[in-house]
Design a protein around this ligand. Structure first.
Ligand code: FAD
Length: 638
């Protein structure tokens, strides 16, 4: 397998412009002759599908939801970054680029990140044009707030509903194209395999989740915009339906999977409260603009927060990272919370929590201002915990939130399967070992609105202007048979244990051994335990119901089966990376003060894994990371 990043030559600032000029174009009259399948209608998929259709291509858009508006993107709360410098506080394209590379602990591709920063400003204009109601200052200018890992305010937001408002904007663009007949929407369709003909992606196999019908769809190119895989941990802040199946099926057909072990654990989530939970809830990072994080100084101090005097409180982020304070990046803030709790200073019944306190902000600004800024988040907190964050501090603890790993893509966002493009959270592209807050929405929309529409013609221009392959091609028949057999095997297994119970057990292994902190022996144990659990699943899982109607147990079973293989690969990747960087913290590799110890000599590369067959370990490939402009330094937020 060759990992050619196709990074353009020339100075960093000119690479993207040069690439656009060097790229091939498709004649406007020919565009409708090309069919493009877009799987996923979250922010990345909806923006890509609507833009490609607007350009004239024939698009088929797929989602397993009943409406594109239900994509997990709708959950995004805090905001979206862009280098507009509206605050006149020293922001620039270069600074956004630098913050992102540094935030990712120097494990991302420099050229991709620079392009992301370049197009960021266009995204805001595009969304405003679509009617997204971003918060505004009194004078009408769009408002900004701060997010972690940055000392400028560049985050655009719509109260705590940024993802929802952006998705409604993207969906309205998509609906326009559906109305014009340029996008055919397949709601309630789950992609269960990729079809590869003569080495090129040429279609997908889907299951209609309402009728159970298994269908074949062909095209000249396939775009995967299927989101992240945090639910491999069972408990995460992701939507319950988020999963890895589309990406994993592409991986099994030849798409390299990059940096699978890079997981983001978000510091400000509502702590786990019991064994019955199936979901964790994020309290947006935007709260760290005004909230102060602390824990009691003394282990075992169980007094209520308001009875712990100021001098017995440890505002540990402000103490350890004075220049970034409560806005230290997520990986660092999460690890600090874990350290505090490991020392026995955690709060709440489980001891796995720290305080996020708004008292000072309320005293300074008044409750009304805080309500206006974060009211809906305080309401969510109240509904879940029964506590008012206006009266007492929130309790928070880190939880799985985002996956920086994903399918490997080159500068054109094409995977190692020609014709299979991957965008949004599903690819590994821009965040290195740690994503900065408010940068996922930026990346998903950059990919969909401004990158893919420029790079996909370069590929299509080489594809003969003939109709897409017929769906009776032997590769379609084979892929369809595989899907039918897999589905049948699950339904007829007749075991004794539920899908959920297996998912929970897998999640526990992943959290304990491949979570916030990892070590060699734990990872080796996980690599032994996961295949054994997978075998037990194959022999003893019980999937109730039938295949010819709505059957969520069947849907989950297929997804959990793929999570087993992914989980094992994540542990192998974490074991191979003998360093600590970003969200990947190997206990063996730390400085005396507990900070992550990177090894640039040995590990300044992207790990990309090639599928070698069931029960065979994947082959490890590396894309070396070369920084022309940025100097790789030890990250410091002190
Ligand atoms: C609670 C929460 C808050 C967040 N807040 C922010 C924030 O404030 N700012 C920020 O930048 N980021 C935030 N993020 C991250 C951000 O929301 C996501 O990274 C981003 O929305 C992912 O968008 P996407 O389009 O790549 O994928 P998704 O929105 O996950 O969409 C995936 C799509 O793929 C479809 N799909 C998946 N698999 C299949 C299949 N097999 N067949 C058919 N369809 C399939 C789904 O139906 C869906 O339409 C937050 C994340 C969480 C969990």
């Amino acid at each position: 397998m060759i990992l050619d990043s196709k990074t353009p030559s020339g100075p960093l600032e000119n690479k993207w412009d040069k690439h656009i000029m060097d790229g091939k174009l498709v004649n406007p009259a020919d565009k409708r002759k090309y069919d493009i399948i877009v799987v996923g209608t979250g922010l990345a998929g909806a923006s890509a599908a609507s833009t490609l259709a607007e350009l004239g291509y024939s698009v088929k858009a797929f989602t397993f939801h009943d409406s594109p508006r239900r994509a997990h993107s709708i959950a995004a709360q805090g905001g979206i970054n862009a280098a507009k410098n509206y605050q006149n506080d020293g922001d620039s394209v270069y600074r956004l680029f630098y913050d992102t590379v540094k935030g990712g602990d120097f494990r991302s591709r420099e050229s991709n990140v620079y392009r992301l920063a370049q197009v960021s400003a266009n995204i805001i204009d595009q969304c405003v044009a679509l009617g997204v109601p971003f918060a505004r200052e009194y004078g009408g200018l769009l408002a900004n707030r701060s997010f972690g890992g940055a000392q400028v305010s560049r985050t655009f937001y719509a109260r705590g509903q940024t993802g929802q408002q952006l998705l409604l904007g993207a969906y309205s663009g998509l609906s326009r194209q559906i109305g014009l007949g340029n996008v055919e929407l397949y709601a309630n369709h789950e992609m269960l395999d990729l079809v590869v003909i003569d080495g090129h992606a040429r279609g997908i196999i889907t299951r209609n989740v309402i009728t159970g019908s298994i269908d074949k769809h062909s095209a000249h190119a396939v775009v995967l915009a299927t989101g992240g895989y945090g639910n491999v941990f069972y408990l995460s802040t992701s939507a319950l339906n988020s999963n890895v199946t589309a990406a994993w099926r592409a991986h099994r057909k030849g798409a390299a999977f990059a940096n699978p072990c890079y997981t983001q654990i978000h510091p400000t989530c509502i702590p786990v409260s019991g064994d019955y939970q199936s979901k964790l809830t994020l309290m947006s990072e935007s709260l760290r603009n005004d909230g102060r994080i602390w824990a009691p100084k003394n282990p075992g101090d169980q007094r209520p927060a308001d009875q712990i005097p100021e001098e017995e409180r440890d505002y540990y982020l402000e103490r350890k990272y004075p220049s970034f304070g409560n806005l230290a990046p997520r990986d660092i803030s999460s690890r600090s919370a874990k350290e505090v709790c490991d020392e026995g200073r955690g709060v709440g019944e489980t001891g796995l929590g720290v305080y996020l306190d708004f008292k000072d902000a309320i005293d300074r600004l008044g409750e009304d201002v805080i309500r206006e800024r974060y009211g809906n988040l305080f309401d969510i907190y109240h509904e879940i915990t029964g506590e008012s964050a206006y009266k007492q501090p929130m309790r928070i603890y880190p939880a799985v939130h985002y996956t920086m790993g994903g399918l490997w893509v080159d500068y054109n966002l094409m995977s190692t399967i020609p014709g299979c493009f991957v965008i949004g959270e599903a690819n590994f592209s821009d965040h290195g070992a740690n994503r900065l807050g408010a940068s996922a929405l930026m990346q998903g929309l950059a990919d969909g609105y401004f990158v893919l529409p420029y790079t996909i013609p370069h590929y299509l221009a080489e594809v003969p202007r003939e109709p897409a392959p017929p769906v009776d091609h032997p590769e379609f028949t084979k892929a369809e048979e595989d899907v039918v057999n897999r589905t049948k095997a699950l339904l007829e297994n007749n075991g004794k244990q539920s899908v959920n119970s297996f998912h929970k057990r897998l999640g526990k292994i992943m959290w304990d051994k491949c979570g916030m902190a990892r070590n060699k022996s734990g990872l080796e144990e996980a690599i032994r335990e996961i295949p054994a659990l997978r075998q037990e699943f194959e022999e003893d899982v019980r999937v109730l119901g039938a295949g010819d109607n709505l059957n969520q147990s069947l849907e989950m079973a297929g997804r959990v089966a793929d999570f087993f293989e992914l989980g094992e690969l994540m542990c192998r990747d974490a074991l191979a990376r003998e360093e600590s960087c970003g969200g990947h913290f190997r206990e063996e590799h730390q400085y005396e003060d507990g900070e992550a110890r990177r090894d640039d000599e040995g590990f300044a590369h992207v790990s990309a894994w090639e599928w070698k067959g069931k029960d065979q370990p994947q082959e490890h490939h590396q894309e070396k990371l070369e920084y022309e402009r940025v100097k790789m330094v030890t990250r410091s937020y002190k």
